[in-house]
Every structure is written in structure tokens, then in C-alpha cells.
Design a protein. Structure first.
Length: 232
């Protein structure tokens, strides 16, 4: 029985390895090259203008959810964000994370548990907020911008994050509509082993504060809902 189980596991591992190899061969794209400088920066500014970047800077509070699992209320002025999932809420201090507080079923978590929950909340926030506000991070400290010529004659904006977040070194190539709004981006990230996977940025909403934010992304068969997006 045990021998049969190990044989089954070995066959399954082989099938998965072959499947991954086929997918990698068919869909993996090398990281494109482009030119850095004023033209790349100009395209980045064009995208920011289309999304009302000035209004984003004046947005005090952002609220959204990520796939219905993680819920956020981010006070951008105080640099504090409420991160909730399951029966847990972390009031995450983005300036001094160690001073953050956590509750489980509305009761204060223990010191050791709080440390773990703070790390988890930070990881959730870093990922989930990127899917909301990534266009506004193209000039963050440690970013490099490149203008890429596409095969159809249009231009795209490649942004590489050399530091910051959970996975420095990740790159995103923005596909931009004639209006200046992002249509999608392609990803070269550590978490996704196949390069060039494309995710849409769609169903934009104009918030109370006047900034445009996405409410939905599609990544292959996967849909990523941002819930009810609020900016004020």
C-alpha cells in the first residue's frame, strides 16, 4: 500500500513538472528592455494625470476589500490602516509597526500573537494595496522607469521596484490606453514563476475625492474584486 502511494505521488509530481514545463515554454516572456529618461517619465505622468493624481494626493481615507477576504480602511494622513480578516482586526501603524494593536473577536490579542498578526497584516496590506494604487507608485523611491516599444507600434511603461515592499526586484509593464488610463500590466515577479502574465485594470470608479481607482482585475481565469472602493 505504501509503495503504491509513493508511486502515485511520484507520478503526480512528474505530471505536474511536465505541465509546468509546457506552460513555461508556451507562455513565459523574458523581461523586456526599454529606454529610461524623460520620455519614460512623460508616459508615467500621462497615466497619473488620467487618473487624477492630484486628487489622489488629497485623498485622506481609502476603503476597499481584496477578493472579499481582507478588508481595509486606510487613513493616509495618520498613516494608520485597519486590516480585518476572519475574526481578526489589526490597527496597523505604517510608521511604527511595533506599536500596532490587534484584536481577535474584539478582544486584545496576546503580545506574541500580536507580533505574528502585525507581520501578516503588513504582508496583506503591501500586496492588496498595490492592486488598488500601483499606478500612483511609479515614482516611489527605488523605482526605475523604461519606455518599451511594443510590436503593434504603441509604447508601454516598464517599472522596476529595486527596493521596498515584500519582493524588491519585481517589474510591471503598464499597457496604457489612448486616454492615458492603464488597461493592464504584465508581471515579472518572484511570486509568479512565469514571466509576462497579464492582469487587467478595469471597472474604474471615480471616488468622492475625485481620483479614479479600479474595482476589478482579471488574471487569466482568476477575478480579483476590490469590493466597494471608497476614497474621500
Amino acid at each position: 500500500m505504501i509503495k503504491k502511494l509513493f508511486k502515485f505521488i511520484g507520478i503526480l509530481a512528474l505530471v505536474l513538472a511536465i505541465g509546468y514545463g509546457v506552460l513555461y515554454y508556451l507562455y513565459n516572456e523574458p523581461l523586456p528592455t526599454g529606454e529610461s529618461g524623460p520620455e519614460a517619465d512623460a508616459l508615467a505622468y500621462r497615466m497619473l494625470d488620467a487618473l487624477n493624481y492630484k486628487n489622489y494626493n488629497n485623498t485622506n481615507v481609502l476603503e476597499w476589500s481584496f477578493r472579499g477576504d481582507h478588508h481595509y480602511k486606510w487613513n493616509r494622513r495618520k498613516e494608520i490602516v485597519s486590516v480585518s480578516w476572519d475574526d481578526i482586526t489589526v490597527h496597523l501603524d505604517l510608521i511604527t509597526p511595533s506599536s500596532s494593536k490587534a484584536t481577535i473577536n474584539n478582544s486584545s490579542a496576546s503580545y506574541e500573537k500580536t507580533k505574528d498578526l502585525i507581520e501578516k497584516a503588513q504582508s496583506y496590506f503591501n500586496n492588496d494595496s498595490f492592486w488598488l494604487v500601483a499606478p500612483f507608485k511609479v515614482f516611489d523611491h527605488g523605482t526605475e522607469r523604461y519606455l518599451v516599444d511594443l510590436k503593434d507600434g504603441s509604447e508601454a511603461l516598464l517599472v522596476t521596484y529595486t527596493q521596498g515592499g515584500d519582493t524588491p526586484g519585481d517589474s510591471y509593464m503598464w499597457i496604457i490606453e489612448p486616454s492615458g488610463k492603464p488597461k493592464s500590466f504584465k508581471l515579472w515577479t518572484k511570486i509568479i514563476p512565469i514571466g509576462g502574465v497579464e492582469a487587467t485594470w478595469q471597472d474604474w470608479t471615480k471616488t468622492e475625492s475625485g481620483v479614479f481607482l479600479p474595482t476589478l482585475h482579471k488574471l487569466g481565469p482568476l477575478s480579483i474584486s476590490m469590493g466597494e472602493v471608497v476614497g474621500k
